[in-house]
Design a protein around this ligand. Structure first.
Ligand code: EPZ
Length: 421
């Protein structure tokens, strides 16, 4: 995999286009298991995670053909029901096959996703939601073993200890499409990626009301067919690129994004002193003064996403003053703090909050990504640091960002991918 070598300094400028949303493409590809006819997707990003899920779906009897940002998925063998540990362990989102597999094939054996660098990743809400629909689920030897000769619509509340669950909502909504009768889900996630999945299910023939609100009503069983669907743009990639402009004092216009999906991120960019302009499918950030220090708390949508918390911490590392960063979704998501400190950031984690005291300058160093968003944060810090920064752990970055180094270089960054010696 190698590493990224970044020579910090240049203020980024120019226009860049974002790709399709990873966290919409993954649950939508998993939900293709429900479709008795072929599914045609556009805007599928070329990412490691998409490759992994494609392999998992192939092992489950779905032929996946990809060409550029298009994917065609067709079930050719509806008998396999086991999602193997070897594939699921690589990517937690693989767990999204549980609901569709169970609903369409009547049983499923899916490896429990492991923990990861951002903290504990329980699946209790997934299991309780599917049980409410009448599924029998046990956990045996690291697998969820599920049976559901028939699913029956139910009323449930999926609210978790830290708010809604994105992929639990995805699993339960997908399964409820084939349940007999009305399913009402309170505490549903409202992230744009969940709405996009819901729209895909409706395109297949499902009847879903309340998409984008915390209460979903799913009328089943639906008679499903095939569908053609365009994946929404990746709001996390778009915001990461806007933050690359903010941290280097540049002027960048990101195209193909839906500004309304950026939620509070644009307000926070203005709060640190950046000029923000938006159009129907673009957003532009400019302004070169030193960022103002503010507090940033990651929350469920439409709050600042947890997937941007590390990137915001990188920006605040250079701010004029002190800012406190909290993550209400993954409270322990601070593995990037130690790496940012190697670049000279002044950050202390006290009682689950990261206190960032902005410094005048960061200095280049060797750093390692612990998860894909931490990798992005370290790349951003390297863009502004004086000297050379080597970001190791590219396998994380490539899981969730399509050619990030090339997009940054096209905006004037001095970054190159150094292959493993
Ligand atoms: C999705 O993960 C995203 N992944 C994550 O993005 C994102 O950080 C997260 O949502 C929050 O927005 C995909 O969509 C593939 P959750 P998910 O279930 O669904 C707790 C990235 O970088 N919880 O919404 O796994 C959980 O511990 C990834 O692209 C339970 O308690 O997250 C957390 O505190 C990282 N029980 C909170 O809910 C459960 O059964 C939100 O988790 C499930 C979750």
């Amino acid at each position: 995999m190698g590493h990224l070598e970044i020579l910090g300094g240049p203020a980024l400028s120019g226009t860049v286009r974002v790709g399709g949303a990873k966290n919409a493409a993954l649950p939508i590809m998993a939900a293709a298991l429900l479709a008795p006819q072929p599914v045609e997707l556009r805007g599928v990003p070329r990412l490691g995670d998409v490759d992994t899920l494609s392999r998992l779906l192939e092992s489950l009897g779905v032929r996946v053909s990809r060409q550029d940002d298009r994917a065609r998925l067709e079930t050719v063998d509806p008998t396999p029901v086991k999602a193997d540990y070897e594939l699921v362990r690589r990517m937690r989102a693989s767990f999204c096959v549980l609901g569709p597999l169970l609903a369409r094939r009547g049983s499923a054996v899916v490896a429990l996703p492991g923990g990861c660098a951002i903290g504990d990743r329980p699946v209790d809400l997934h299991l309780s939601g599917l049980r409410a629909l009448g599924a029998e689920l046990t956990t045996e030897h690291g697998y969820v073993v599920a049976r559901a000769p028939r699913l029956v619509g139910a009323t449930m509340d999926l609210t978790g200890p830290r708010g809604p669950s994105v992929t639990a909502t995805a699993n339960v909504m997908s399964a409820a499409v084939l349940a007999e009768g009305l399913t009402t889900v309170a505490g549903a996630a409202v992230e744009p990626e969940v709405v996009d999945l819901g729209r895909f299910l409706v395109a297949l023939g499902a009847k879903i009301e309340g998409l984008g609100t915390p209460t979903l009503r799913i009328h089943g069983p639906a008679t499903l067919g095939g569908a053609a669907h365009a994946i929404i743009p990746d709001r996390i990639e778009a915001a990461t690129l806007l933050l690359a402009a903010a941290i280097t004092g540049g002027d960048v216009r990101v195209e193909g994004v839906r500004p309304e999906h950026l939620g509070k991120v644009l307000a926070v960019l203005k709060a640190i002193g950046r000029r923000v302009e938006t159009g129907s499918n673009w957003a532009r950030v400019r302004g070169g003064d030193r960022p103002k220090a503010i507090d940033v708390t990651a929350r469920p949508y439409p709050g600042v996403p947890s997937d941007l918390q590390a990137q915001w911490m990188a920006v605040l590392s250079l701010a004029d003053g002190r800012g406190v960063v909290r993550d209400m979704v993954f409270p322990g998501r601070f593995m990037h703090v130690a790496e940012l400190k190697r670049l000279g950031a002044r950050i202390e984690v006290v009682n689950g909050a990261a206190h960032v005291t902005g410094v005048e300058r960061l200095g280049g160093a060797d750093v390692a990504a612990t998860d894909l968003r931490a990798g992005a944060a370290l790349a951003l810090a390297g863009l502004a640091a004086h000297g050379r920064t080597n970001v190791f752990g590219l396998e994380h970055l490539d899981r969730g960002y399509e050619r990030l180094d090339e997009k940054l270089a096209a905006l004037g960054a001095r970054v190159r991918r150094v292959p493993l010696a």
